[in-house]
Structure formats: C-alpha cells, structure tokens
Design a protein around this ligand. Sequence first.
Ligand SMILES: O=C(O)CCC(=O)C(=O)O
Ligand SMILES: [Fe+2]
Length: 331
Amino acid sequence: MDFEPPFQGACKSFLQNTTKINKHPEVEECELPVIDLSHLNFDPMNREKCINEIAEAASQWGFFQVVNHGISQEVLNSIKDEQKKVFHQPYTKKIAQSFLNLSPNSYRWGNPQATCLRQFSWSEAFHISMADIPSMNEHKSLRSTIEAFVKNVSDLAKSLAEILAQPLGIESSYFKENCPPRTSFLRLNRYSPCPFSSQVLGLCSHTDTAFLTIVHQDEVHGLELFHGGRWIGVKPNPEALVVNIGDLFEALSNGIYKSIKHRVVTNQEVERFSVAYFYCPSFDAVIQSRSTTDPAVYKRFTLREFKHQTQRDVEELGEKVGLSRFSFDRK
Ligand SMILES: O=C(O)CCC(=O)C(=O)O
Ligand SMILES: [Fe+2]
C-alpha cells in the first residue's frame, strides 16, 4: 500500500538481534476510573465529590477517563474519518514539507534516533500546533473538523487543569496566564498493522511533557499504562475520553499528581487511530513545584529548558529521560 511508511526497513537491523519485548498476552485490561463530569454542574456537594475523584485519580493513577465531557460523538467521529483520509494519502505526499501547509517536521513516523527496538514506534503522526491550523486552507474539511474538536477540547483541558489546581492551592488564573491559546498542540496518530506485533511497539514507552493530555482513542485496543509495577491495558470506552497527567503537572504539584509511563502495542490485523491534545504553557513559563508543607521535589525550570534537555537526551540516548533530570534527588 502506497500510504505505508517503510517501517520494516527502518527497524530491520533491530529485529535481527533482539529478544522479545515482554508484552501480550500477559497484559491484563483494566477499567480506569471513569468520572462523570456532569456532576460538576450539580449542587456544591456533588461538585466537591467530583473534584475529589479527579484529584484522587490523578494522584493514584495519573490517568482517568471522563464521560459527559462536552465533545459530541459527531465531532469525534468526524475527526476519525478525516484522520483516515489524510493518513491514507501516499507516503511520498505525506513526507513533502508542503503537505497540509504545516510547520516543518510536523509529519513523523518510526523514531530516526532509536538505538534499539524498544525505542522504535511502528506508527505515524501529524503534530499540529494550534498556530498552524489557520494555514491548513487547502484542506477545508480537515481544518474545520480540527477547529471544532480544538474548540471543545481546549475548554475541557483548561477546566480540568483548574480543577486539579484547586486542591493544591494554585490560583485559578495560573493556567489562563501561562497557557495562551496557541501553545498547545494536537497529535493525530495512526498505528499501522504490524507483522511483528509480539516484538515491536506502536508507540514506545514515554511520559507526556504537557500539563495534561486528552486522548480520544478508537475501538481498537492498544493503549497500556504502567501501574503498580506492571503494564495494564486501557479498555476502549466509546463514550469516554482518556485524560493523563503530564510531566509539567507532576512538577507543578510537587509529585502529588503522577505523570505515568504509557505505550501503545501493535496488532497484526487492524489499523488504530487516536488523537491527543497536549495542554501546554508557553516556552518561557516557569514551572515551580508548589507545596506549603513539603520540600520541593523538582528544581524550578522553564518548558524551554525541559525541551532542550529532552532533545539532548533523545540525540544521545535515543529516548527522553524526563522529569528525573530536574529532581533534587538526582545523583
Ligand atoms: O494512541 C494512544 O492511545 C496514546 C497516544 C499517546 O500516548 C501520545 O500521543 O502521546
Ligand atoms: Fe502519550
């Protein structure tokens, strides 16, 4: 098929000298906490209970699902349809810098810096900065679907961030001041069927950098998170969106909320799609651990410093090291 990136060629040398990654079929599936956001609009007691559930899930799991989230099924379905159309364009077209009129390197696949199979991702993605959406003029239906999705998902991200900030005593204006509308971004993901599914991951294990991420996954299983010392699968729930805490919120909350490692496994038969919205501050936003009682776990840093460190680690080690680079405990 002319839309597939040359995954096999790119990881051929790793496949020849690798031992199997320990995954499927041992991985169990779990029901992540499901939080009904309609309770936020009820009486103060119900609202308080809902806020506590969200904060509890963010600290125990770092991941949760939300229903009655305010994004219509129609918008979610059309994102998937549009995603399918765009990923099914010829590979040679997708790699052209001018495709979709996005910033350079918005289309990515595999992992050019991988040093071993564990770091390779059998998937492709478009990273779409909010600032790039207005220039997607030639692709009107993709653009308008993305705009409709972003309009809803950005409000949802801001409300969830403000809710999570409350128990930490962070002022409600923090996110408004630090996350201007253009600093967040979307990632459209496509996981291609993989003939080496017992060895190769769809998206290698990582934590997200953002304050928080909101994911709409389709009905195909694949997302797994590391919890309680083992990998567990997140059962797709068509009504729900998956929310996860990113590194910046873990740092801001002084380690109370957890940015958890997650990955996507491949399967041999069907393609899988997901769309992730990463709620991010501006590059110069200062991330400083907030706690009135405990000593700070993380040093103060800007997103720019964090990104530079990540870039260096990816170039030198093939993967991101993440928050531990900024921990006071680091040896
Ligand atoms: O595809 C998924 O379910 C998760 C995607 C993800 O973790 C990411 O894009 O960072
Ligand atoms: Fe992620």
